[in-house]
Design a protein around this ligand. Structure first.
Ligand code: C5P
Length: 391
């Protein structure tokens, strides 16, 4: 595979030469890009000699005349590792600032990103750097935590570049992950639905669509082609997925049936309204002093309908349970005819609806349940798909 190694200007950038070599020994084609400050510590010639590839620093460098290297290198990378990654480069990446060749390539690339921070312990502990790292992590970057030890300033603390074997292991596992769903088509339902009462009012629920977006992103990181049928959700969906916006449960089902013919996996993350008003009034009905009775009729069970219509697909449902009891979720596997259920406890306000985090229990028809532990929604989605893909 092709690994782009970004090197920024920490004293530890001398270790990047070994990292480049080790990646090559593992069979990867390595391209190196230096920031200006890294080029003050180490010469591009060192990396060109080691990797037998051009080593870029300047944004306008073009090893092949007329071909924009930042776009080619961004597209052709299977993974981007930045080791060492300084406070400056970390913050630029979090803000999407394309200020030099390295950050420009990262902004232009959809390849998974790994960051191995290396800096003075006070800088590493600063709010700015910790904020930047958490932003990058929420966008699926893998952060290779620095080790504790003596740093160049003579201090001891957390900020020393992680050991090389740890960095290499992280690259290998991210690269392996990109293949887990390669060639598969994954269809995801996401977000809430809106069930009209009249032309201005509707019934909906608290779903933010963050978990659906996380599942879509995780599937993309694992190499899948992803189609999302999304209710009116607040969370942004990845642009590399095909997104079909819908409003009602009926529209969601119709679209899901239309796009899932060749689906390998179907994942129901949407919080579909269980009921809808029997008849939506056109226009706006007027307020009066009389009580109003709204007759609700059940919506179709989208995921159960898909499971029956697409017997070859692996169908996974989510279950928002009001407590930690998983027996109800287990019954749903049979009732809905799905392969597995990812249950989460919505009685807790630190996970689930609207929150950045989730804690999933993966339940199959047989066998012991698996627990993700509390994590970011993206990390929970990766945990879920990795577990399921390995079967
Ligand atoms: O039965 P319950 O609503 O708890 O099931 C949740 C799962 O079923 C989720 O995967 C959800 O997307 C899906 N579902 C559906 N259509 C419905 C209700 C739920 O696809 N009408």
């Amino acid at each position: 595979m092709r690994v782009l190694l970004g090197v920024s200007g920490s004293v530890s950038c001398y270790r990047a030469a070994d990292i480049a070599r080790d990646l090559m020994r593992a069979g990867h084609d390595v391209r190196v890009c230096l920031t200006d400050s890294a080029a003050k510590f180490v010469s591009p010639i060192l990396f060109e000699t080691l990797t037998e590839n051009p080593c870029l620093t300047d944004t306008f460098e073009e090893p092949i005349t007329g071909q924009m290297a930042h776009i080619d290198w961004a597209r052709e990378a299977d993974a981007i590792l930045i080791a060492p990654c300084t406070a400056n480069t970390t913050s630029r990446l979090a803000h999407g600032v394309a200020a030099d060749m390295l950050t420009t390539i990262v902004v232009a690339s959809t390849a998974p990103l790994l960051i191995a921070p290396a800096m003075n312990p006070s800088m590493y502990a600063s709010d700015q750097v910790q904020w930047a790292l958490s932003i990058l992590e929420s966008r699926a970057a893998t952060i290779i935590t620095p080790q504790e030890g003596d740093v160049a300033s003579g201090e001891v603390g957390l900020g020393k570049l992680a050991p090389n074997p740890e960095i290499l292991e992280a690259v290998e596992s991210v690269l392996a992950r990109t293949q887990l769903l390669a060639g598969k088509h994954i269809v995801v339902t996401s977000g809430p639905t809106e069930e009209p009462i009249d032309d201005v009012r509707f019934l909906t629920n608290r779903s933010s669509g963050k978990m659906g977006a996380a599942v879509a992103r995780a599937a993309l990181l694992m190499g899948a082609r992803v189609t999302v049928i999304a209710g009116p959700q607040a969370a942004a969906l990845p642009l590399t997925a095909t997104v079909h916006p819908v409003k009602t449960a009926d529209q969601m089902l119709e679209k899901a049936l239309e796009v899932s013919e060749d689906a390998d996996w179907i994942i129901g993350v949407a919080a579909v309204a269980d009921y809808r008003p029997e008849a939506a009034t056109s226009g706006k009905f007027r307020r009066s002093e009389d009580a109003l009775t709204l007759r609700l009729i059940p919506n179709p069970d989208i995921i159960a309908t898909l499971a029956a219509a697409r017997p070859k697909a692996r169908v996974i449902a989510f279950a928002a349970e009001p407590d930690a009891d998983i027996s109800v979720a287990r019954e749903k596997i049979v009732k809905k005819g799905v392969f597995a259920i990812a249950a989460n406890d919505i009685s807790r306000n630190d996970i689930g609806f609207g929150s950045e985090n989730n804690e999933l229990t993966l339940i199959r028809a047989n066998g012991e349940p698996q627990f993700s532990g509390k994590r970011s929604k993206l990390s929970a989605a990766l945990w879920l798909l990795e577990n399921l893909a390995q079967e």
